[in-house]
Write a protein that binds this ligand. Sequence first.
Ligand code: ATP
Ligand code: MG
Length: 577
Amino acid sequence: MRMSKLFVQTLRENPADAEVISHKLLVRAGYIRKLANGIYNYLPLMWRVLKKIENIVREEMDRAGAQELLMPFVQPSELWKESGRWDVYGKELMRMKDRHEREMCLGPTHEEVITAIAREGIRSYKQLPVNLYQIQSKFRDEIRPRFGLLRGREFIMKDAYSFDVDEKGLDKSYEIMAEAYKKIFERCGLETKMVQSDSGAIGGSVSHEFMVLVNENSETNAGENDVFYCPKCGYSANSNHAVSKLNPVNTDGGFEKAEIKDTPKCGSITELAEYLKVPSCVICKCLIYVIDGKYVAALIRGDRTVEETKLMNAFNGNEIRIAGNDEIEEIMTNSGYSAVAGFIGPKGLKGIEIIADETVVPLKNFVIGINETDKHLTGANWGKDVDLPSKICDIRLVEENDLCPQCSEKLKVTKGIEVGNIFKLGMKYSKSMNAVFSDKDGQEKPFIMGCYGIGISRTAAAAVERHHDEHGIIWPQSIAPYLVTIVPVSDQDEQQMKIAEEIYQKLLEAKVEVLIDDRSERAGVKLKDADLIGIPYRITVGKTIKDNLVEFKTRSTGEIEFITPEQAAEKIKKIIL
Ligand code: ATP
Ligand code: MG
């Protein structure tokens, strides 16, 4: 391809709304253009990258025995009502009506559609196992689309669904997908960590995420997930799922008797601990949440934080948020109190469920709110002054240096971008949608399902997060839009142009994906663009051509060699072998 013809416009400035490096570079280097919030045009260079990732995904999925199909992007509401998700999916599901007033939605994922396909097409255990996948645009009306392709509203996903006769079969299908995923990301030039993750409210199910770790790279804050991992035994989990053992601390507040004390303006744990001169780990914090429209009071040790996904799962919820001041006022009024946030306690709360994190159980002579503003109870004990709630769960966020649940080593934390996700669904969809097959004994059984996603467009952006420098993108060779770019320094120099053209033709013949920068631009502009766009190899034809030498530059290492044009072409040909 000739740069003079390539549809690409590079920019000198970063887009105003770009926070992370992949968003900045993909816009500046002419890969993407925003159409609407969270919705992007993939321009020719981007499309080449996406197709490369798709092809790697296809090859590995096919090799793993999965079969590709394509399901519709627009889906009827009936299927979603069957699975029960029409009511619980929330606003991420883009709903609309057709001209006949039938409710439809844009596919955010395809469990319902694929389950309907299996229900119709698979009658017997003899047809199992089967794994079906597609590569397609998804639409999710994300509450905070941001970071360019990392969290779009419309994005490209590979989604696969496995159907098995039993749990054992599912375990095997899952294992095969985990292996395929490792290969896929490796081939895309991305190091990933497979971590345990939250699998929602469906009890007993297992899921893992594939994370691109981005901590090492200080200028980027694109990792939306905290990953806790053990450097000793390899335990690793998303913060929404991670568990830990605690370092021992003294949880006895040391108060000699239970006593109500004035705690003016001590609405935060820090203020309260300072005022009472106690460590925050002897305070019992009480927070009010709203889970699927219902109020919940959560108790946790003062120095720890609630992990909202864990809390939500404890109630099989779908949506969680912290309660607002007016809602707290309502709870207080209903319970006959009038305290504001910071002074709430579990005692006497009416019409609200209470849950305690494990950390509050060992507290003795501790401090707790009593639903009176500017007052707290000190020296409280469970059973005597306040009842310990019957619902006790692990709802706390793990922190760095907590102890590994498996081997008690200190845990570490790092940021990660989730590029893929594998999930044991079990019978969640097959049961609710009555998708059954007849087993060996002729008995009807629901399919045992798994689902497996890869964010194709997010993977491309994650690759940029991991592979770039101050000059631009450094594509891993396997997903670069072109392998090599030939840059004649001056388009006025006939010899330079002639040699550049000769190398170009040679490489084209060898089926190399090659660019030639034949624009009449200054050398500086052409070299800058080459670096920005991130082509793995550059052959610069400049003054040294008088000695029959061209400059051969490897983008990733910055290594430069002066070799003959023939050697340069041969080198490239060897690379693609
Ligand atoms: P997240 O927690 O980041 O929202 P998710 O758990 O909702 O992800 P899945 O439903 O498992 O994601 O989708 C499978 C894959 O699709 C994810 O692993 C991710 O790579 C990609 N993906 C999900 N949401 C988006 C998005 N808004 N933009 C780009 N890619 C996405
Ligand atoms: Mg999501």
